[in-house]
Ligand binder design. Structure first.
Ligand SMILES: [Zn+2]
Length: 370
């Protein structure tokens, strides 16, 4: 019989919660069991002890990413500069090839990926990509009623067509109405209604940049300027609200969408999210690179709003490895057990995945450590 080893790390997550002073017993091939470190050492005094680092347990998941923006160099600067200088130039190229390439750089086995422009990316994602999670089709646009009707009809047809590619137990199709300011109120409401009707998961970017907050507050900032330049009527969206209040007024939060970012929020906003049972995906490195600041994590904790973690695109986040978000938050003094729970437990909940405990007998490869 191969010699026994006891593996441990600062936090150990066998599948229920992250705990300190915990470990696993292994013969080098399989998980033989989990337990308090003290008990394992007492019961197996000849087993070699391996201290592995920050984490040992169920793998983390990346709850928000844009594979189809590729892996190109990280952008640092305000959000709308990022849109103009990094996202818009990729408009033509966004699609299956970039998504495949970025998919090879994605470090986690489960992703929440926003898919834009190229439906072939959905076919790949749902039919053959090696990920669990959700491929969210992105919908956005501002126009008249005929425009809204056309986008809705196209989205409906796309949902009908691509749901057929879902494999039993495999990744799911979702919808992502992009952001409060980038869809007309009616289009936002109707896309959310369609998702409810079809039972599709939803992700919406919300309260990300200071410019988004300024747009809804008093039509100031770079998003308001961009809308004016495009001829968007000044009264398209209400004014004097926060982005979260706007989504609540629109009835969108009743559908319990997952919101991404949630940086520009005050306590009243966080209370609204808590009341609606809305979960948030935080992408802290992207927020800092795009000069948005960091979400008020203590407020989210105070009101019991569940936070998951995502990298956002490699262009704003810097890598497609959610463990880099964990390290980033730990370096900033966020409580370790909660940060790991965000990456492991809430990430799965956001993507509709179950947190499966790693049982005795499971191959050791199922255990992640870093
Ligand atoms: Zn995003």
């Amino acid at each position: 019989m191969p010699p026994l080893e006891i593996w441990t790390a600062e936090l150990v997550h066998p599948g229920d919660r992250a705990r300190p002073d915990y470990g696993l017993l292994t013969d080098g091939r399989s998980v033989l069991g989990w337990g308090p470190l003290e008990d394992l050492r007492r019961d197996h005094p000849s087993a070699r002890l391996r201290r592995l680092g920050a984490y040992l347990g169920v793998p983390a998941v990346n709850a928000h990413v844009h594979l189809d923006l590729g892996t190109g160099p990280v952008f640092r600067g305000p959000f709308m500069d990022f849109v103009f200088e990094a996202v818009f130039p990729l408009s033509e190229a966004r699609g299956l090839d970039l998504a495949r390439k970025a998919g090879r750089a994605a470090a986690q086995p489960a992703l929440g990926d926003i898919v834009a422009k190229d439906p072939r990316t959905l076919e790949w994602w749902l039919g053959e990509a090696p990920f669990a999670g959700v491929a969210y089709w992105e919908v956005l646009g501002i126009g008249d009623r005929a425009f809204e009707d056309r986008i809705l009809a196209e989205t409906r047809a796309l949902v009908r067509r691509y749901r057929r590619y879902e494999r039993p137990g495999g990744p799911r199709l979702g919808l992502s109405p992009h952001a409060p300011y980038s869809l007309t109120p009616r289009l936002m409401r109707e896309v959310v209604a369609l998702a409810r009707e079809e039972g599709l998961p939803l992700q919406i970017h919300a309260a990300e940049s200071p410019d988004e907050a300024a747009y809804f507050r008093d039509r100031s900032g770079a998003i308001a300027a961009f809308h004016r330049q495009k001829g968007v009527p000044d009264d398209l969206h209400p004014v004097g609200l926060s982005p979260i209040e706007y989504l609540a007024e629109l009835g969108v939060l009743e559908a319990r969408p997952v919101l991404v970012h949630g940086v520009q929020v005050d306590e009243a906003d966080v209370r609204i999210l808590a009341e609606h049972g809305v979960r948030v995906v935080s992408c802290p490195r992207s927020n800092v690179n795009l000069e948005a600041g960091l979400p008020p994590y203590a407020l989210y904790r105070k009101h019991g709003v569940a936070l998951a973690l995502g990298t956002d695109s490699a262009l704003s986040g810097g890598s497609l490895d959610v463990r880099d978000e964990v390290r980033f938050l730990l370096e900033r003094g966020e409580p370790a057990a909660l940060v790991f729970d965000a990456a492991v437990r809430h990430g799965r909940a956001v993507l509709g995945l179950r947190l499966e405990p790693i049982e005795a007998g499971a191959p050791l490869q199922q255990v992640e450590f870093w």
